[in-house]
Write a protein that binds this ligand. Sequence first.
Ligand code: FES
Length: 163
Amino acid sequence: MALLAGAFGAVGAAIAAFPLINSLNPAKDTLAMASVEVDISDIPAGAAKTVMWRGKPVFIRHRTPEQIESAEDVNLQNLIDKQTDEERVKKPEWLVVVGVCTHLGCVPQGQKESDNHGEFGGWFCSCHGSQYDTSGRIRKGPAPKNLAVPPYQFLSDTKIKIG
Ligand code: FES
């Protein structure tokens, strides 16, 4: 009888454990968000696209020659978080950054042409006035760091994979 009770006990434990183990498996949509492939063929020069990656907006900007020049033509001594534009891009015409202000986490404006791009032509965070340039570097205001560059790669000239 004790053996039987033991056997039932083991079955009960196995049944009870199943939902727990199952709940530890990441949901399919969570796995899918670990990386995201983005078609960039529909972003004309001067325009931008926002995609969600791991719950955060990622800004993809197709930079114009003027925007590239303004990002490259900067004295590093004038930067709060000193990074060259070259360190932040894989191809000069494409900038890919996490669209979360490094001050307190607001999403800066600047993705639409009609948005306020701030004094440096990039993004403006209206929460407390941080201003980012065309390389996503912090130039003015309370944010301490540049907009983060996520891990990404070009799968082709028209497709990138973020994550
Ligand atoms: S959260 Fe962007 S300036 Fe404060």
